[in-house]
Design a protein around this ligand. Sequence first.
Ligand SMILES: Nc1ncnc2c1ncn2[C@@H]1O[C@H](COP(=O)(O)OP(=O)(O)O)[C@@H](O)[C@H]1O
Ligand SMILES: O=C(OP(=O)(O)O)[C@H](O)COP(=O)(O)O
Length: 616
Amino acid sequence: MGSQFPQLLMVLYVGPCIEPLRPNKELEDMACECPLQDVVETLLQPNLDISSKEFAGKRVLLRVDFNVPIDEATGRVTDASRINAVLPTIKLLLSKNARVILASHFGRPEPKKQTCSDMQALYSLSPVSRWLEQELGTSVFRGLAEDCIGVEAESAVAALQDGQVLLLENTRFHSGDGSNCPAFSASLAALCDVFVNDAFGVVHRDQGSVTVGGRGGWGLVGCGAGSTLPSCPMLLPCVLKPARGTIRCQDTSATRVRLRPPRPPCTFAAIPSLLLQPCYALRPSIGNLLPFSSLSSSLHGARFPTAPPCVGLGGIAGWFAEPSCQSPPLLRCPQGVTRFVPQCYPGPLVRRELSQLADRLYEPERPLGVVLGGAKVADKIGVLAALIEQADVVLVGGRMAFTLLAARGVAVGATQIEENWLEPCRRMMARAAARGTRLLLPSDVLWSASLAGPGPEGGVQQLTPTCCTADSPCIPAGRYGVDIGPDTAAAFREALLGCRTIFWNGPMGKFEVPEFGAGTLAVARAMDEASRRGAITIIGGGDSVAAVTAAGLAGNIKHISTGGGASLELIEGTGMPGLRALVKGPCCQRRSPRATQQQGVDSGCCKGCAGGGCCS
Ligand SMILES: Nc1ncnc2c1ncn2[C@@H]1O[C@H](COP(=O)(O)OP(=O)(O)O)[C@@H](O)[C@H]1O
Ligand SMILES: O=C(OP(=O)(O)O)[C@H](O)COP(=O)(O)O
């Protein structure tokens, strides 16, 4: 790989690398990094309501979130809340004689590691397809296209008639979705005339099918104070992109980025057009860990050279040589739907979610309580810092809790924790104490020898300081924490009943196993009880909603949201690239982004599933 760098760098120099360096302030202004509330307000304007638009004969790409629970044994959808939530949108578009193309992710396939057949077996949208067939009938629903881009998708779309629906296969079968590759977005966008995003559950993801490249994709432009910035900061994701998951924001001064070398197909054909793209400084999509204010101060703090216009080879080469950098300012360039699809709208579900959640969470009736659980620890733990600042009571259960418990010195056995977060968790707990936020962790937990179900070994464990030693661990070595215990459930209930607004995301344990579901059920009951006492209760997240629905306790909840991580990010008040990508004009009082240019992108870049080529 090393031998390719000089060639690549030569191309960078001879390409149209023409833009003079912009001062930091201007970079920041160009970002139009509006307060999220302004973005939300913009998307709620009546002129973006699709019910007042005409779509007859138009191919409408409707991004939906069909990431629904499936029974592994029967392959059937076990909770259709997310499908049902978007059915009215599908029917609305059909009533307008649109040709509706549904795009969704499902689960987290790994196209670079798994073969296509493995991905198909585990993550095909065929169970959802069967569900839609029943709901819509075969004359309207034209089935599942084998792939979401490429020949299969194109021919299926070409066969679509007005007033018919097609479901595209899982967008995440292509690595270009997760990496927000412009070529992937362009291919998806080529299928349609109009893009409607009604996938609230995924608007916090900076992914190709969400922003459909709107303003998606990150280009790395510098490595913080003392490093160099090219004045052609249009080195786009295919060329330079922080590898997913390698950015750690334990605090703003310890941000680390590891660079991924350019992918060969991106080099020659892609770079000239990439270099022409205007860039916007935006908050990085790094698991929502770094508030934009921090980024912006890191932008201010960084030393950007003013000349020569394209920095030196050394500046760029240094990035490759240096595996990590401090506080990298990141630039993000517009790429997709706003470029590739002229008409983009938020769907009715997204608008409804925004108005319901924003109303209730931006200026909540206090005390505000947040219950956080679930298994997407790496994704959601970063939000905790923001929740500690905003909520009065924060309750943490689920697998999430064990990283905090471990940070307190509790021996958690084999329970999966986030090692990188131990120190930040200690600081968060200290901050909660200093601020007066009531942060409750489990005081007892259920442990088991297996995550699959209870065996002869297991039981409820009180988490006393005396048991948290190597000799007397709280959770024995090799055992898993699988639920909160009854004392914790009672303490959580008591805390919740004192709140006027409650938001809950993430089950308290591995609730799919009935024996590990008591904690989740107890919180569901407490939510129900609080609702009946007049509290404003909101539950978000696929599994949390499934748990509450299965328990028959959804009826009194004030708002059931289709998004867990998305709702959390909304509360956090930052990020949401999927929403920002839908804002075409100025979204705040600050300077709006420059008009984007229609440009081609090397279609060979970032081709789909590296696993076996079936979906490239
Ligand atoms: N202690 C635990 N160990 C293993 N899995 C857990 C534990 N607690 C919760 N989970 C799992 O978390 C998953 C839901 O997590 P997440 O996706 O974050 O929630 P949501 O879908 O509600 O946003 C469930 O499948 C549940 O089994
Ligand atoms: O299930 C989802 O989010 P959630 O678990 O936060 O509700 C969405 O479909 C997003 O999925 P992802 O977290 O794999 O990007």
